[in-house]
Write a protein that binds this ligand. Structure first.
Ligand SMILES: Cc1cc2nc3c(=O)[nH]c(=O)nc-3n(C[C@H](O)[C@H](O)[C@H](O)COP(=O)(O)OP(=O)(O)OC[C@H]3O[C@@H](n4cnc5c(N)ncnc54)[C@H](O)[C@@H]3O)c2cc1C
Length: 473
């Protein structure tokens, strides 16, 4: 197993339960990948906000099996910061109307109808066309454009519609309005998640518990052991190659390392495949944690920053998750997220410069008032977002076809399969990868989308698994 993130750990856990011997190689010094929890200034924090949510029974069963009763339900409050105002997200019509003002709100509605009736593109190829068709130009400009362009570093008309289809497909203007109107009328139908299960000890506790299970079954989880690539003979993978070129033999290799690194390690790579994999790009995340000397800053779990005068894209307030990660501390840890490519000045800034930038920007939002920042810390996550550049699916399919011709190798995960996975998607990939190997199942792991085909639906609530769909994302 290459990588101890949610995908790798889940696959290893499932295989180990079936009695197979697994070795996990992890480049970092802890499990959890991007969903790990770290200790900071006497508290615990995740690498950015990590809300676990799924309607898929298999995913939730595994999660509950590992976490047991050691979780709490967290009420979700998230808002959008735009032009010095805070909009509830998911949008609430009255709140949006109040914040936008009647004139701007009417512009939004008008623009919605113009696009719905006259300008809707039948088969939108880009994110911009997809969102405008669904929400109109004005709402697109206010609620989607700036944030998406900060995140992806490319214009929305260069971003593939796949991103919108994967992440916001169930949300529509009417859906949001209907949801808001029905709230408070005893109607239990909720179209947007307003509560989520969060493990005691942070989101990474899930993967730490999986690692404990593996060790109890004499399976190794090896830290600081980055894998260079896989060892092949012909089109059969026979093991993994360590940094010192030592080869460890294995019958099967599941890889969650970045897809481009894996593919570039393969022998006799055909030129079109090498070219295709080179043109798949990832975007990096910079996390700036600030410790603030206050306990009651603002009520949100996180705030999306849409204003274009700030480089920051999101602010998380870890004090509003669960008490156990805060411990005895009387201070609040915030995390400001920035996104950048390797060659951008933001990525090249020193940690001190980034902390100063974050301090300046958090003051500009008004979120911390006059409270004092007592500490700062930076974590860099390279290649955290696979960029869905327009037409990327064609390029990816060239790589996938080649990988399918190689036996004994299963690439999964966010890095590993170039898919904008949340934890639930990566957990599902882990479950199904293990079933392909142990139960002779034949899941096409390149086509996994948890939002489309639920084998059976169930949601986690405070009393455990709730059969059927309680919420939609
Ligand atoms: C800021 C941020 C916020 C997020 N918020 C949420 C959220 O709210 N909800 C949610 O569900 N998900 C969220 N996610 C996504 C979630 O973190 C990922 O979906 C999940 O971690 C992906 O798991 P993975 O195993 O596929 O990949 P990863 O977590 O990336 O794990 C891959 C692992 O492989 C290791 N590795 C890489 N190369 C090598 C190598 N050569 N040799 C050995 N090991 C290697 C890495 O160190 C890493 O540990 C967020 C992510 C970020 C960055």
């Amino acid at each position: 197993m290459i990588g101890a993130g949610p995908a790798g750990m889940t696959a290893a856990y499932q295989l180990c339960k079936e009695g197979h011997h697994v070795t996990v190689y992890e480049a970092d010094n802890a499990v959890g990948g991007m969903a790990k929890t770290i200790k900071l200034w006497g508290q615990k924090v995740d690498l950015g906000p990590h809300r676990f949510f799924s309607n898929e029974k298999r995913i939730n069963e595994v999660w509950l099996e590992v976490v047991g009763r050691n979780f709490s339900m967290v009420d979700r409050l998230t808002r959008i910061y735009y032009k010095k105002k805070f909009f509830h997200y998911p949008l609430k019509p009255m709140d949006a109307l109040f914040n936008l003002g009647i004139f701007e709100a009417m512009r939004c509605v008008l623009s919605y109808f113009v696009y719905a009736i006259f300008l809707k593109v039948k088969d939108p190829r880009t994110f911009e066309a997809w969102v405008k068709g669904r929400f109109g130009k004005r709402l697109y400009e206010i609620f989607f454009k700036t944030y998406s362009e900060k995140l992806w570093g490319i214009k929305c008309d260069e971003l593939d519609a796949d991103f919108a289809a994967q992440r916001i497909k169930k949300l529509s203007l009417f859906g949001a309005v209907w949801n808001a109107l029905m709230q408070g009328r005893g109607n239990k139908h909720k179209t947007l998640v307003d509560q989520f299960a969060y493990p005691h000890g942070g989101t990474g506790a899930v993967y730490e518990a999986m690692a404990d299970f593996l060790r109890s079954r004499d399976c190794d989880v090896l830290f600081e052991t980055p894998i260079r690539g896989v060892h092949c003979e012909g089109n059969r993978v026979l093991g993994v190659v360590l940094q010192d070129d030592h080869i460890e033999p294995f019958d099967e290799v599941i890889s969650t390392m970045p897809l481009n690194h894996l593919v570039n390690s393969l022998p006799n790579l055909p030129q079109p495949v090498a070219q295709a994999v080179d043109s798949l790009k990832f975007r990096n995340t910079l996390l700036v944690f600030l410790e603030v000397d206050s306990q009651n800053l603002f009520p949100d779990n996180w705030v999306y920053v849409h204003s274009s005068d700030l480089e920051c894209g999101r602010v998380t307030n870890f004090r509003n998750w669960t008490k156990d990660i805060v411990g005895e501390s009387t201070k609040t840890i915030l995390c400001l997220e920035y996104w950048a490519n390797f060659d951008e000045s933001l990525w090249q800034m020193s940690n001190d410069e980034l902390i100063n930038l974050a301090k300046k920007e958090i003051l500009m939002t008004g979120l911390i008032g006059n409270s004092v920042v007592t500490n700062g810390c930076v974590r860099r996550i390279p290649r955290s977002y696979p960029i869905y550049e327009s037409g990327y699916t064609k390029t990816l399919s060239i790589v996938v076809e080649h990988l399918k011709s190689i036996e004994g190798l299963t690439p999964i995960g966010r890095y590993g399969s170039f898919k904008y996975n949340n934890q639930d998607h990566s957990i599902l990939m882990g479950i199904l990868a293990a079933e392909n190997l142990t139960k002779n199942a034949n899941y096409d792991l390149w086509n996994i989308n948890t939002d489309d085909d639920y084998q059976e639906e169930a949601t986690i609530t405070e009393t455990g698994l709730f059969p059927g769909r309680k919420f939609e994302t």
